[in-house]
Design a protein around this ligand. Structure first.
Ligand code: ADP
Ligand code: ASP
Ligand code: MG
Length: 450
């Protein structure tokens, strides 16, 4: 293991010159920070996704392009020596313009990835220059030369062995001499096409890079001082968690706590790399350490909310006491590459939710052909506008008496698809999106504010 520390900065942390300067101070504070992974400047990826989905209205298209230029120009204008970096950024903006035009005629996942990657490609040019101007020996590195993935555009799978080999060859030697600034979120397939890891993927990139360079630590710098008992935007009385286990934090990320991309902790866990989450705006406030061994393992640790859920309910009397029904259902879903998230069954029905979205965004859809084939087998109902609430904790399947407290608090809510017991770390259910935040608030008050 090296003594490299990898520091990742999210969109709000690199939103403007002042924010980037705070990142610089965080980097300077830890001489072991050799690798800096940056997101696109705040708001940029959303604008790029809009372009990638195809904007036919030329006025809206030029509004977005102007906004993108303004965001980056505002930072460039505050650099001391911006000539080279401005021309690099403008060249990327030219690419954005032509790809946006192409997407307005016909968009594709491949084109989307090429386009949305431009956000990180621009922010890292600027951040590297800002660090140099503060006297750091910094350099920008194009992570597409290392972060090899498959060609599943929008949600590409990293190819770990290749990443390790490429990192050993180019990235590790560079870190001996420089603070290397590189992009989160993006990679490339074996043909050199740009790919992305899905929305919020910079956390995952940082963890993959930390694993590849055998880093001794991974810091995720964001806009809140650590992981809280729930999203503090939803429950203002949410409190920071100083220390949390990998399993609990993984459950939180999997169940939608936006603070971490769901896959982030997998590489860190594989290589036992401690992860710190803190605020680049208020680094003095400390943050959360995610570790293997933690001192306390409370029954209730946190609440997570994941919206944009698609629930599919399949009903058939043929299911009753029959075998092979579920096998056929899953065969059809597998054939159409539909990934299932949660599942509950009764005697004649099975409800499942579809796995979360890729870079293009929106609720996951049941492919039409899969629906047609399922309808040959049973009655199919698809529902949207649902959110998943997860209560995360410890030893939940062995503890008694708390279900009454949880469900009693929510007696006025229409709960769907309750899943409980498969994991000792969670209890979760769906409800309509219009009441989901209220449910989180009520549960938080009852379980965490006592
Ligand atoms: P970044 O751009 O730095 O990756 P994100 O917006 O992706 O930041 O994630 C940070 C946000 O995650 C916070 O502003 C907060 O609203 C949200 N969040 C959701 N759940 C939690 C939680 N349990 N603790 C802290 N923040 C959370
Ligand atoms: N810029 C990407 C996004 O907004 C990746 C990230 O920030 O993690 O989804
Ligand atoms: Mg994020």
């Amino acid at each position: 293991m090296s003594n490299f520390n990898v520091a990742k900065f999210g969109g709000t942390s690199v939103a403007n010159f002042e924010a980037m300067s705070r990142c610089a101070a965080v980097i300077e504070a830890n001489p072991n920070t050799k690798l800096v992974v940056s997101s696109a400047c705040s708001g940029v990826t959303n604008l790029l996704v809009e372009l990638a989905n195809g904007v036919q209205d030329t006025q809206r298209r030029s509004e977005i392009l102007t906004k993108l230029a303004e965001i980056h120009n505002a930072i460039l204008g505050q650099l001391e020596n911006s000539d080279q970096v401005a021309s690099d950024v403008y060249a990327i903006l030219d690419t954005v313009t032509s790809l946006a035009e192409a997407a307005s005629i016909q968009s594709s996942h491949k084109l989307t990835d090429h386009l949305v990657a431009c956000g990180e490609l621009m922010s890292t040019h600027i951040l590297a220059q800002l660090l140099k101007e503060r006297g750091l020996n910094a350099t920008r590195f194009d992570i597409r030369d290392v972060l090899r993935t498959d060609a599943n555009f929008g949600k590409a799978e990293p190819q770990l062995e290749t990443i390790k080999q490429l990192a050993d060859r180019s990235l590790v030697p560079l870190c001996q001499d420089y603070v290397v600034v590189t992009q989160g979120f993006i990679g490339s397939d074996s043909e050199g096409n740009t790919t992305t890891l899905g929305r919020g993927g910079s956390d995952y990139s940082a963890a993959l890079i930390a694993e590849a360079v055998e880093a001794s630590g991974l810091e995720i710098w964001t806009d809140v001082p650590g992981i809280y008992t729930t999203d503090p935007r939803i429950a203002p009385k949410a409190s920071p968690i100083p220390e949390i286990s990998f399993s609990e934090a993984s459950e939180m990320a999997n169940f939608g706590a936006k603070i971490l991309h769901p896959s982030t902790l997998v590489p860190a866990l594989r290589h036992d790399i401690p992860v710190f989450v803190g605020s680049s705006k208020q680094p003095e406030k400390g943050g959360t350490w995610i570790r293997h061994q933690v001192e306390s393992s409370p029954l209730f640790r946190a609440l997570a909310l994941r919206c944009n859920q698609t629930m599919v309910t399949l009903r058939s009397a043929n299911m009753f006491h029959a075998y092979g029904f579920l096998a056929k259902v899953f065969e059809i879903l597998a054939k159409h590459k539909v990934s299932v998230d949660l599942i509950t069954t009764s005697e004649i029905s099975v409800s499942l939710t579809l796995d979360q979205t890729d870079t293009a965004g929106g609720a996951p859809q049941l492919p039409e052909q899969a629906r047609i084939e399922l309808e040959e087998l049973c009655h199919v109902e698809v529902e949207h506008n649902l959110c998943l609430v997860a209560l995360i904790g410890n030893n939940m399947s062995e503890s008694k008496g708390y279900a009454k407290q949880v469900f009693g608090t929510l007696e006025d809510f229409n709960l769907r698809m309750i899943c409980y017991g498969a994991s000792p770390h969670n209890l979760c259910f769906l409800l309509h999106e219009s009441v989901s935040k209220q449910a989180i608030q009520k549960l938080h008050t009852e379980l965490f504010e006592g």
